[in-house]
Design a protein. Sequence first.
Lengths: 114, 113
Amino acid sequence: KAGVTQTPRYLIKTRGQQVTLSCSPISGHRSVSWYQQTPGQGLQFLFEYFSETQRNKGNFPGRFSGRQFSNSRSEMNVSTLELGDSALYLCASSLAMSTNEKLFFGSGTQLSVL
Amino acid sequence: GEDVEQSLFLSVREGDSSVINCTYTDSSSTYLYWYKQEPGAGLQLLTYIFSNMDMKQDQRLTVLLNKKDKHLSLRIADTQTGDSAIYFCAEFSIYNQGGKLIFGQGTELSVKP
């Protein structure tokens, strides 16, 4: 069974641009979560999608958005990029993100904002 | 509030045991997890424990949970150089019919030959 796939692996953007990151969950998994990892803030929860609906959102500005498609693939978008958005963005999948599940992570997309 | 704390660094000799500690605050947490992250990689799920358990063993890994003190530890027996990585503990926080993981800052384990 293929794992969680994130594309692209690396991205370099400049301030003010926007970016779209993609995540394909493990086959059969319907929940996709996104996390931002930075040296200063560590791992922070961005949002979680289940069956094309955003169920939970972390404490991030509205520039961060996402969506999930009917095949459970998910995208996240960051508009008007700022230097502080430079981070490793990790996607995780689980069956339904209930209390007794394992969460599997992809390798991440490393975003650098210049 | 939700908070997970870990010590930042641990250095051991190859062949010794490593013990990584973690404290958490959410008393409603049902599952607690340990993840491993190698340089330039994502998070690898190592093991997890349900909150009504005291201990779980999985090959070289032993997880101990003291629910009263909200203290979690990961013991790695016979630590190898390949175990050098950052280890994160995380608690599952129930939220709006789903949930999220609250992570500690990560403990960087350095294994010296």
